[in-house]
Design a protein around this ligand. Structure first.
Ligand code: HEM
Length: 338
């Protein structure tokens, strides 16, 4: 949310549609919408590089295991085991700029001519799958979704050219679909000119942003929500990052502070011990006996300790034929249990 989303929809869309976290909202439905899963977030299919680069520790082409055509990596996890581990791939991903985007080549041929999935004998075409899946899911068209996001419906060719600079593409699409109302939402969203500093046009930026906001605000257990973690724990959690996860789980030793940001090695690369880390001390609980008196003090029952909003609470349980006089729950604060 913090590191990836602003980069794909642009900071402006992030501020406009998502904004700062204001707490859990029980009226928000956090489930994934049809148009998000079947069209908008499939923008990712146009960001895939045709080659998987593999770098050595100096972020140069690996001497032994060089680049692979994308289709040679499909369903080939054995390469990670037999060909130098995951580190050359991770370094290749971080040390290479994302593929540039052009409207005349939206999606790599590796994805439309050479895609293999499981044990299906023939090659699949991911662009065709995306379009067909949208119809299969009865998604409304590009224009309807533009209207949903408060964007202008495209009626004539000139309207279209306002949102897609490439005239050849506009002509091709209009020739094929005849009427702009017929344009499939995945294709229309993908060809829109991108917003400043983003990987999407206005429609997909809006749809992705709305989904991200509802995933965050409608999540009772969102990490920043009140009542789950203490302020101190939230502040520690905010130190987590993809870079830290890569450092902790691989033998990569140098990394950019933000792994989503391209840096040409060694510019902007830091040793892993300079990447902020979560300090788990914030979760340490004082020993039960330091805080509440021993269970032996409770006649005919026992108590359980649990943490609620950062405070230790003791809940009393008595044998079935005994009744509790007073409160079942009491806060533990270094005093005897009442
Ligand atoms: C090598 C890279 C990738 C391959 C080979 C791939 C392939 C596929 C395939 C075969 C499907 C199912 C299509 C269908 O039958 O409708 C799919 C679905 C999907 N893909 Fe990708 N994909 C890749 C990368 C990405 C990326 C980078 C993103 C987003 C950033 C993405 C987002 C999605 C989404 C949202 C779905 C729909 C998932 C669902 O609703 O179940 N994909 N992908």
């Amino acid at each position: 949310m913090r590191d990836y989303i602003p980069k794909i929809i642009g900071q402006e869309s992030f501020d406009r549609y998502i904004g700062p976290y204001m707490g859990y909202d029980p009226t928000v439905n956090p489930s994934a919408s049809n148009v998000f899963a079947t069209a908008a977030f499939r923008f990712g299919h146009a960001t895939i590089s045709t080659v998987v680069r593999r770098f050595n520790e100096s972020f140069q082409t690996h001497e032994q295991f060089t680049h692979l055509r994308l289709h040679h990596t499909f369903f080939s996890p054995w390469r990670i085991v037999k060909e130098g581990g995951i580190e050359p791939v991770l370094r290749g991903l971080m040390g290479t700029a994302a593929t540039s985007v052009s409207t005349d080549k939206l999606i790599a041929e590796e994805m439309t001519e050479k895609l293999v999935v499981l044990n299906i004998q023939w090659k699949l075409d991911l662009a065709a799958l995306n379009l067909q899946r949208g119809r299969d899911h009865a998604l409304a068209g590009f224009n309807d979704w533009r209207e949903f996001c408060g964007l202008k419906r495209l009626k004539i060719k000139e309207d279209f050219q306002d949102v897609v600079k490439d005239k050849i593409i506009v002509n091709k699409i209009l020739k094929m679909y005849k009427n702009p109302d017929n344009i499939d939402v995945w294709l229309g969203g993908l060809v829109e000119d991108h917003l400043k500093d983003s990987r999407n046009g206005p429609l997909f930026s809006c749809l992705i942003a709305k989904q991200m906001k509802s995933i965050r605000d409608g999540d009772r257990f969102w990490w920043e929500a009140q009542g789950t973690f203490t302020k101190h724990q939230i502040s520690e959690l905010s130190k987590s990052s993809l870079s830290r996860i890569i450092c902790d789980n691989s033998k990569v030793t140098e990394i950019p502070l933000d792994a989503f940001k391209y840096g040409k090695y060694p510019n902007g690369f830091l040793p892993c011990n300079h990447i902020p880390n979560i300090n788990l001390e914030a979760w340490r609980e004082k020993k039960k006996t330091d805080i509440c008196d021993s269970p032996a003090d409770i006649k005919n029952g026992d108590f359980l300790l649990f943490s609620s909003s950062g405070k230790l609470v003791a809940t009393l349980y008595l044998l079935p034929w005994f009744q509790i006089k007073g409160n079942r729950q009491t806060e533990c604060n270094e005093k005897r249990l009442e």
